[in-house]
Design a protein around this ligand. Structure first.
Ligand code: TYD
Length: 132
């Protein structure tokens, strides 16, 4: 698997509406240990701005839109998340900036690892040096 990858989830819709299932080791490439969600984000806020030594993530924007700039140390790419049935997988040591959240954005984040503030790389120059 690449350091980051777009994921598309089947919409199990019928005439009542849509339903999307995410399941660890099935359409999410890890066992889900943690989830958190980001909403009510103010204008011009950039979240993230770090890489993680242990945590892998899948980000799914459940409502509204947001942008994710991902950087694996070699390439960077801007991904627009605007569908509740799409996500992006981020491996360990991928730098991410989340920004341009719409007012109604709810960004769901799934991870394989519990929270540990020590696993964060917050210095971009250090990240680039390590990823050379
Ligand atoms: P922060 O690291 O700033 O979020 P972002 O991913 O946007 O950079 O986290 C905000 C606060 O929430 C900070 O006090 C740490 C806390 N936090 C947890 O306690 N557990 C978690 O899983 C996360 C992601 C954050």
């Amino acid at each position: 698997m690449k350091k980051y990858e777009l994921l598309s989830f089947p919409q199990l819709g019928d005439d009542r509406g849509h339903l999307v299932v995410v399941e660890g080791m099935k359409n999410i490439p890890f066992e889900i240990k943690r989830m958190f969600y980001i909403y009510g984000t103010k204008d011009n806020v950039v979240r993230g701005q770090h890489a993680n030594r242990k945590s892998e993530f899948v980000l799914i924007n459940l409502a509204g839109t947001c942008k994710i700039k991902v950087d694996d140390g070699k390439n960077d790419e801007i991904i627009i998340l605007d569908k509740p049935h799409e996500g992006i997988y981020l491996d360990k040591m991928v730098w991410k900036d989340m920004y341009d959240f719409s007012k109604d954005s709810i960004l769901l984040v799934l991870s394989n690892h519990s929270y540990d503030s020590e696993e964060y790389v917050r210095d971009y120059e250090e990240f680039k040096k390590e990823m050379k």
